[in-house]
Design a protein around this ligand. Structure first.
Ligand SMILES: Cc1ncc(COP(=O)(O)O)c(C=O)c1O
Length: 465
């Protein structure tokens, strides 16, 4: 009993602390380059989201081509201002909508693939082999054969068994295949990924690759995690990789052509939910949006990484290695939102009223572990007078989108825009008794369907019925 009272007092104090400057305010739509029309509708590139929902129905993904381009150019530009040989590979897995991937390639990104299907898709989208980098913890022989036979530029080895397979395939196709190793540093993801620098595994892999006549060992790859908001993690990993590259040169006479620092960069508009957030939510409190300055800027990353790089390589020399990044979230998260309609409203609990939406957990998996902004896209000028918990249509107790957020008083048919739906929404989605949503891409007044709404027939297309 005493524990319960103490816990409630702590949570109430925490909640009061969060609101010390007044009620929690949502982030501004300008963070996604959105505007609000005179009639209070949320707009992207001049297109009213309410009008798009009316035209295409909901649930609906909307992608802004201008925002994709902005995030790509700003990220790349921050690095190339300091060092010209920097390249961005589009992380297919982060947002596997072919329309988005194609746009990323048109804007300038190369391809970073992690499965046989993704490699096939890159080739299907017309990417030449020399613009594809192949990663992944489990490359099948068939996938490697497709890669080698199509002249994929770089294959980053994730386990020692791959080395012999790639050597055999390179011999078969009369190629000398550029290869690297996904390394594990003292920070970031490890487990089933990569080979550790610290244990000597990565060095051993380079020794074997160097002895293979059809392989050109020339790259280091790392990927530290996703949604990372701590630049120090990158700086540590980059330093360890640079030190290892020097050892490879000194001990094996192996020179790096590529240093691939992976993806994982968080965006300022999304933050992971902490254990404290979860306690607050469970006890009926609203949790706060990401604070300003949460994510280091791209300039801070660029400065920190290139400063370290320049201690090992001459930034003015064309012989210095190409730096590769594979940022998925930082490229596509903010360029896509998900539109859902309010299907029903009902009395809720002590803390919130309930709204049932037409899209649920099956298409919003990241809402379970991250804070994403949500707007009532058709009534942006109204004040937030009510607190709601929002649920999907799945007839499953876990079908909760989020709890205890303030909105204007909702009515059936209102349009909810879930922001930052461009990373890990699409790859994680599943049917769960419903068709998967279509996607449209807006580019000024040009509005294009890049994925049709799945039909009921589509859902059972592969079944014997
Ligand atoms: C190897 C690799 N590269 C790039 C990415 C993209 O990560 P993010 O979307 O966090 O930038 C991932 C995602 O986990 C990955 O596994």
């Amino acid at each position: 009993m005493l524990r319960k009272v103490a816990k409630s007092a702590v949570l109430t104090a925490l909640n009061a602390y969060d609101k010390r400057d007044g009620a929690l305010q949502p982030q501004s739509p300008s963070a996604w380059d959105m505007t609000v029309s005179d009639v209070g509708e949320l707009c992207w590139e001049g297109n009213s989201l309410a009008a798009l929902a009316e035209r295409f129905g909901t649930p609906l993904y909307v992608v802004s081509r201008a925002r994709l381009e902005r995030d790509y150019r700003e990220f790349l530009g921050a690095f190339t201002a300091l060092y010209p040989k920097v390249e961005i590979g589009c992380s297919y897995k982060t947002n596997p909508l072919p329309g988005v991937i194609r746009a990323m390639h048109e804007i300038g990104a190369s391809a970073e693939v992690i499965s046989h299907f993704e490699l096939w898709l890159a080739l299907r989208l017309g990417m030449p082999g020399e613009r594809i980098i192949m990663n992944g913890p489990a490359k099948t022989d068939k996938a490697l054969e497709l890669a080698v036979s199509n002249g994929v530029r770089l294959i980053n080895v994730d386990n020692p068994d791959e080395i012999a397979t790639i050597e055999r395939l390179a011999a078969k196709y009369g190629r000398r295949q550029e290869v690297g190793v996904r390394v594990v540093t003292s920070v970031g993801w490890s487990a089933q990924f990569g080979l550790r620098i610290g244990t000597g595994q990565a060095m051993e892999a380079f020794r074997r690759m160097k002895a293979a006549p059809h392989l050109v060992p020339c790259a280091l790859h790392a990927h530290l995690g996703t949604g990372i908001h701590d630049a120090g993690v990158y700086f540590t990993a980059v330093t360890e990789m640079l030190q290892f590259a020097r050892r490879l040169r000194d001990e094996l006479d192996v020179e790096m052509r590529y240093l691939d620092f992976g993806g994982g960069f968080g965006v300022p508009t999304v933050r992971p939910l902490s254990p404290t957030d979860r306690k607050l939510i469970d006890n009926g409190f609203q949790v706060k949006p990401p604070r300003e300055g949460l994510a280091p800027t791209t300039q801070e990353y660029a400065q920190g990484i290139i400063d370290r790089f320049s201690q090992y390589y001459d930034v003015a020399s064309p012989q210095s290695p190409q730096i590769v990044f594979e940022p998925g979230r930082a490229m596509t998260s903010r360029a896509q939102c998900l539109l859902l309609s309010v299907l029903a409203l009902k009395n809720g609990d002590r803390s919130s009223e309930y709204a049932i939406l037409d899209g649920g957990k099956n298409i919003t998996i990241p809402l379970g572990y991250e804070y994403h902004e949500a707007f009532v896209a058709n009534r942006m000028k109204e004040t937030q007078t009510r607190r709601y918990s929002m649920f999907g249509p799945l007839c499953h107790p876990g079908d909760v989108l989020f709890k205890h957020r303030d909105f204007p008083k909702l009515v059936k048919g209102d349009l909810i825009a879930i922001m930052d739906a461009g990373a890990y929404f699409v790859p994680n989605q599943m049917n769960f008794s419903n068709p998967r949503p279509p996607a449209v891409m807006v580019s000024g007044s040009d509005v294009r369907v890049i994925r049709e709404r799945e039909t009921f027939e589509d859902i059972v297309r592969l079944d014997a019925i």
